[in-house]
Design a protein around this ligand. Structure first.
Ligand code: SAH
Ligand code: SF4
Ligand code: F3S
Length: 457
């Protein structure tokens, strides 16, 4: 009786499906969202699997060898899918691998239709319509972030209560191990007015917490309303004025750009959350010099002291590299000592990965893998111990929690503490989008468990 509920014509008119797989840092997460935004007017709706996608974008990361190699194995799988799919599939590679080795991608994987670097996402609609011609071209090697952000001023999709907002791109620091200055180009900051417009739009959509992104976000110097460069602190004050926007975070910061006004803002501005990702990479002065980090361990300690003086409950996070060329047991011990002194709430640690074209890759005295691996295990054990202790220490406190999403069972909801911990609370799913006091009962390694203090009105 109802055999033809959906006539074939309607089926053909179904929206085109877009699948974006994102690797790497938060900036790539932001970029992926914006790519979805520019493709929406062309009829592309997001889907969760590559299998039913008409258009697949891999937004890639070049930071370590493993991250970059993953792309090629993923492309191998996509090629099979593409060949077996009626109507074909368009495959694009975006992100930092696209920028760094576009030609190689084209050579190694003929199924790729399009390679597009991080500064050219606004050109995606145009590129898509001429994919045949674009094949073989490397798009976006010219670093024009201003063009990118101007052209990306299209409405943002999504329905979360937290959001990323890129305010700065690129890096001029040239740490000797790092590819970012080559894949993302020179430092560039968006004008304050543009950031405020995007933030207002987010707040109007229900976003309560925004994380400002930049490779060196605290080097932010976007044009202010007076035509002069603003600082990140001044931007934070302006953002805090936006009704509904109650929480501001920023990442990633370089110790050398941690200015006095930003430190002071942490003591004055309630909206600025007491959690700071401030990578130091190593605790050894000798290694810091070889890395071209441009500061020593004592300067980092002094900085941490000043930050904690401004905001005593500041939770600190960092990045570490072990096995940098020439790293001795004593150098590594200096890193362990630094970690013990600073006491981190959370941190990321990596084995050094030599990257083509970076100065460290050709340094003598590369550290053998098994030595690096043993150091990584020791460092991670210490960092985990600190994280567990930090989380456990929240038990008995009452923290304001921003409820973000439903939990796995029942009416459970998951939120964020000021210190960026996940907080699980029963019978709270009606509170999503609200900031509510929660009594913390327990801290586990990766999350806290709490209960509502009172029935929220
Ligand atoms: N701009 C940020 C971090 C960018 S990359 C900063 O200056 O801290 C993120 C992290 O990846 C770095 O902090 C570093 O710890 C790690 N990383 C970068 N290059 C690496 C490499 N070649 N091998 C291992 N880890 C690396
Ligand atoms: Fe890479 Fe150093 Fe720049 Fe960070 S500051 S992105 S580690 S070069
Ligand atoms: Fe990776 Fe590029 Fe981010 S190399 S870490 S995706 S800036």
């Amino acid at each position: 009786m109802t055999e033809t509920l959906v006539p074939p014509k309607v089926r053909q008119a179904a929206p085109k499906r877009l699948f974006i797989k994102t690797y790497g840092c938060q900036m790539n997460v932001y970029d992926s969202e914006r790519m979805a935004d520019v493709l929406r007017p062309l009829g592309y709706a997001p889907t969760d699997t590559a299998e039913d996608a008409d258009f697949v974008i891999l937004n890639t990361c070049h930071i370590r060898e493993k991250a970059a190699e993953k792309v090629y194995s993923e492309l191998g799988k996509l090629r099979v899918l593409k060949e077996g799919r009626e109507g074909g599939m368009t495959i694009a590679v975006a992100g930092c691998v696209a920028q760094a080795e576009g030609e190689e991608i084209m050579r190694r994987q003929p199924a790729v239709d399009l390679v597009v670097g991080p500064q050219a996402y606004h050109q995606l609609p145009e590129l898509l319509t001429r994919t045949a011609r674009a094949r073989g071209e490397r798009i976006g090697a010219d670093f024009a972030p201003n063009e990118k952000f101007d052209a990306l001023q299209v409405p943002r999709g999504g329905d979360g209560v937290t959001a990323f907002l890129t305010v700065q791109e690129g890096c001029d620091k040239f740490c000797t191990f790092c590819v970012v200055p080559y894949t993302r180009g020179a430092e560039w900051s968006r004008p304050v007015a543009d950031v405020l417009t995007e933030a207002r739009e987010l707040a109007a959509r229900g976003v309560r917490e925004v994380t400002l992104l930049g490779q060196n976000v605290n080097a932010y110097d976007g044009e202010g309303p007076d035509g002069k460069p603003s600082t990140l602190a001044r931007l934070a004050y302006a953002l805090a004025e936006i009704p509904g926007l109650d929480r501001i975070r920023y990442t990633t910061s370089h110790p050398n750009d941690m200015s006095d006004d930003l430190i002071a803002a942490h003591g004055e501005l309630d909206a600025l959350m007491p959690y700071l990702h401030l990578p130091v990479q190593s605790g050894s002065d000798r290694i810091l010099r070889l890395m071209n980090r441009k500061h020593g361990r004592q300067k980092y300690f002094d900085l941490i002291d000043r930050i904690r003086a401004a905001r005593p409950d500041m939770a600190l996070s960092g990045d570490f590299i072990v096995g940098f060329p020439g790293e001795t047991d004593a150098d590594f011990e200096a890193t362990m000592d630094l970690v013990r002194r600073v006491n981190y709430a959370s941190a990321f640690s990596f084995m050094y990965s030599p990257r083509p074209g970076t100065p460290a890759a050709t340094m003598a005295a590369q550290v053998p893998d098994d030595v690096s691996r043993a150091r990584l295990h020791a460092l991670q054990a210490l960092l985990t111990e600190q994280q567990v202790a930090f989380n456990a220490a929240q038990a008995g406190r009452t923290l304001p929690v921003l409820f973000e999403r439903k939990g796995r069972h029942g009416a459970q909801a998951i939120g964020r503490s000021p210190y960026l911990q996940s907080v699980h609370v029963e019978d709270a799913d009606h509170l999503i989008g609200r900031i509510v006091p929660v009594e913390i009962e327990r801290g586990q390694q990766n999350s806290l468990t709490g209960r509502l203090q009172q029935k929220a009105a």
